[in-house]
Write a protein that binds this ligand. Structure first.
Ligand code: DGL
Length: 267
């Protein structure tokens, strides 16, 4: 099989990474995609760096054995904590969601502006986004806020309910009116709350979806390496570590994705 015809591997702690899958699918319709969701061990956002690194390396090895041409770490927590470790053992390029999110935020925030990073507790504690913004030489002021209740609200299908708006106000209300130019949705689930978050922040703040930004970067990377699949309709395969029916049901309910048969790989 020519390298360009190989699949792209994507993984997440569970189903949230389907926001990245969906962005990839629409931007790269000819690519074969293998999505792995670690539904047995989700959430990663409350776990230690050691655990997240160990899980991520196991999943990367599983996907690499499927002869993928590119690995996309869709999970912000795994991208924050395990990207370097995965890169060290991967013979294929590995993309995370942090760098694309940072790039998109910098396009939205002027020099001297303010960027608010939202994410899981583990992502915020890692300061991965702040460090990436600093490394990019960005002269912006970075604020960070963990919003752990957003994940269960999304998974419950409550994005449009008053509780979602109330929780968003509680977490983010204090940042309104503080000159935030860009807010990074630094967690797989948060793009599903984009409207609610935008309403709390007000019109001044640009909401940066790292899922979209990551998909755009994956396309650029494949183009640059001459690895775009020349075929037409790419296939999608879904693998989880537990509860495939729930995964399938929520994929359809939350994101309108029809997964077909979901297989199980236990570690
Ligand atoms: N996928 C995780 C992330 O993007 C959110 C869910 C979890 O905590 O595992 O950070």
């Amino acid at each position: 099989m020519g390298d360009a015809r190989r699949p792209i591997g994507i993984f997440d702690s569970g189903l949230g990474g389907l926001t990245v899958y969906k962005a990839l699918r629409s931007l790269l319709p000819a690519e074969d995609l293998i999505y792995f969701g670690d539904t047995a061990r989700v959430p990663y956002g409350t776990k230690s760096p050691e655990a997240v690194i160990a899980f991520s390396k196991e999943i990367a090895a599983f996907l690499l054995a499927r002869r993928i041409k590119l690995l996309v770490v869709a999970c912000n927590t795994a991208s924050s904590l395990a990207l370097e470790e995965i890169r060290r053992v991967s013979p294929v390029p590995v993309l995370g969601v942090i760098a694309p999110g940072v790039e998109a935020a910098l396009a939205a925030a002027p020099r001297g502006g303010r960027v608010l990073v939202t994410g899981t507790t583990a992502t915020v504690n890692s300061r991965a986004y702040s460090r990436a913004l600093e490394a990019a030489g960005a002269r912006v002021r970075v604020l960070e806020k963990a919003c752990p209740l957003f994940v269960p609200i999304v998974e419950e299908g409550w994005c449009g309910k008053p509780v979602a708006a109330a929780v968003a106000r509680e977490y983010l209300g204090p940042f309104r009116g503080r000159g935030i130019d860009a807010l990074i949705l630094g967690c797989t689930h948060y793009p599903l709350l984009k409207k609610v978050i935008a309403r709390v922040m007000g019109p001044r703040t640009r909401i940066v979806d790292s899922a979209q930004a990551a998909a755009a970067q994956a396309r650029r990377e494949l183009e640059r390496r001459g690895l775009l699949n020349p075929g037409r309709a790419g296939r999608s395969e879904f693998v989880v570590s537990d509860a495939p029916e729930r995964f399938s049901l929520l994929a359809r309910r939350l994101l309108g994705i029809k997964t077909g048969k979901v297989s199980v790989k236990r570690f």
